[in-house]
Write a protein that binds this ligand. Structure first.
Ligand SMILES: NC(=O)c1ccc[n+]([C@@H]2O[C@H](COP(=O)([O-])OP(=O)(O)OC[C@H]3O[C@@H](n4cnc5c(N)ncnc54)[C@H](O)[C@@H]3O)[C@@H](O)[C@H]2O)c1
Ligand SMILES: N[C@H](CO)Cc1c[nH]c[nH+]1
Ligand SMILES: [Zn+2]
Length: 435
């Protein structure tokens, strides 16, 4: 990894997100699915995932789901249950309730919370299978009360059923049974627009590679999306007290996700910068996914030497990373200055994979600088709110003139008259029915 000064460093998102070719490919895939439905879905699944399916074979059967248990270790089932319990406990704290406020004049104002009816969750499965993402998608949706949760994941990671058995077991543990073996941009478009085999959803959540992220951006508006949760990112803000081997390991933990993942160290310590660069090189050679991680650090990685921790914080806030680790003498003391980061990990033992798998917070987190304005997946992603207004006669008599004033200032006489007709009727001693 190249050690550079903050002046030399250029923000990745200042260039187009994804290459022009990737953007063009995604637009074509989405348009084809919209127009041709299943036919295009099957064609792209064969082209990108090498699976020649029929429409009847798109959905995973209950037998396949149960058979997957025979292909995973008991220790995995124990681990996924323990992780699920932590994720459930964390997200249960986010649940909102409807509320109503009764005022002395009889007015009732409130907010009604309802779950979305049908949501699609994307579970990545291209370069690696992500059973942990099943839990991160499904548990908050269940806590919100979503009745129909549909899962899609590509068939490319193998297994006799064509889907990684660990993903299937995680789905069965989470209680999902509508699962389709499709991935990439074609899966996102199928969820958004529907095909003969897959009924459309109201919202799509979940992380994925650049094709998934661009497709979610493309279908937004036809459906809602959680955020752009694309190739993983980590920024470590560290001072001279940090352990170089730990920092390097944490950088590589995200670099190994994807050639487009980004891993960045920001430090005022030239010594640490050089030690981490050497450690990254040493640890890379021992990493099974060396080629992916090397491409990531070569193209999207950086070690940025800043003048001070204060400058480091301003670099971090510009980057707005998905994950930020603060490994300094007093990490808690710096927390208040962090404005943009999807998840913040404090101190040398809060290694990023603790959050990826187990602590409880969601690992589906905005990337590419979008942590400036969006948040990790949570229970709120799976609800919608309706406002409730009940105005009593007394309240309308009291506020009516003010409402009329505001309506007439906007030149909307029809609005003003809707109020005025009631005020006039009441002034005449009306019965409240306009008579
Ligand atoms: N931000 C987050 O919260 C978060 C969480 C977990 C994982 N991730 C990211 O998810 C991603 C998982 O990526 P993955 O590739 O392993 O799985 P994936 O399921 O996201 O992508 C695989 C799909 O990509 C499509 N694809 C591959 N090459 C293509 C091409 N040339 N043209 C068109 N489509 C193509 C295929 O349809 C394939 O099914 C990684 O980037 C990882 O960093 C992000
Ligand atoms: N680090 C990823 C979020 O960017 C999540 C993940 C899943 N499995 C391992 N890691
Ligand atoms: Zn990870």
């Amino acid at each position: 990894m190249k050690v550079q000064s903050s002046k030399e460093f250029k923000l990745q998102r200042e260039v187009e997100y994804g290459t022009p070719e990737q953007n063009k490919a995604v637009k074509e895939i989405v348009a084809d699915i919209k127009q041709e439905g299943d036919a295009a879905l099957l064609r792209y699944t064969e082209r990108f995932d090498g699976a020649a399916l029929t429409a009847a074979g798109l959905r995973v059967t209950e037998e396949e789901l149960q058979a997957a248990y025979g292909r995973v270790e008991e220790s995995f089932v124990t681990a996924i249950r323990a992780a699920a319990a932590n994720i459930r406990a964390f997200h249960a704290r986010q649940k909102r309730n409807s509320w109503m406020d009764l005022q002395p004049d009889g007015t009732i104002l409130g907010q009604i919370i309802r779950p979305l009816k049908r949501v699609g969750v994307y579970v990545p499965g291209g370069k690696a299978a992500y059973p942990s993402s099943v839990l991160m998608n499904v548990i908050p949706a269940q806590i919100a009360g979503v009745p129909e949760i549909v899962m899609v994941t590509p068939p490319s990671t193998g297994g006799t059923e064509g889907i990684d058995p660990y993903i299937l077991v995680a789905a069965a543990e989470a209680g999902v049974n509508e699962i389709y073996r499709v991935g990439g941009a074609q899966a996102i478009a199928a969820l958004a627009f529907g095909t003969a085999s897959i009924a459309p959803v109201d919202k799509i959540c979940g992380p994925g590679n650049i094709y998934v992220a661009l497709a979610k951006r493309e279908v937004y508006g036809a459906v809602d999306i959680d955020s752009i949760a694309g190739p993983s990112e980590i920024v470590v803000l560290a001072d001279d007290t940090a352990e170089a081997a730990y920092v390097a390991a944490d950088l590589l933990s995200q670099a190994e996700h994807d050639e487009m993942a980004s891993a960045i160290l920001v430090t005022p310590s030239q010594r640490l910068a050089e030690a981490v660069a050497a450690e990254v090189e040493r640890q890379l050679q021992e990493l099974p996914r060396e080629a992916i991680a090397r491409a990531s650090v070569d193209n999207y990685g950086a070690i940025i030497v800043v003048e001070s921790l204060a400058e480091g914080i301003s670099v971090v806030n510009r980057l707005a990373p998905e994950h930020l680790e603060i490994v300094t003498e007093d990490p808690m003391g710096l927390l208040g200055s962090i404005e943009n980061a999807g998840a913040v990990f404090l101190g040398p033992y809060s290694s990023e994979p603790v959050g990826d798998y187990f602590a409880g917070p969601n690992h589906i987190i905005p990337t590419n600088g979008t942590a400036r304005f969006s948040s990790p997946v949570d229970v709120d992603d799976f609800i919608k709110k309706s406002s409730l207004i009940y105005y009593s006669k007394e309240a309308l008599l009291q506020d009516g003139a003010t409402i009329i004033e505001l309506a007439r200032r906007e030149g909307l006489e029809g609005h003003a008259r809707a109020i005025e007709i009631r005020l006039q009727n009441e002034a005449k001693g009306g019965d409240g029915n306009g008579k």
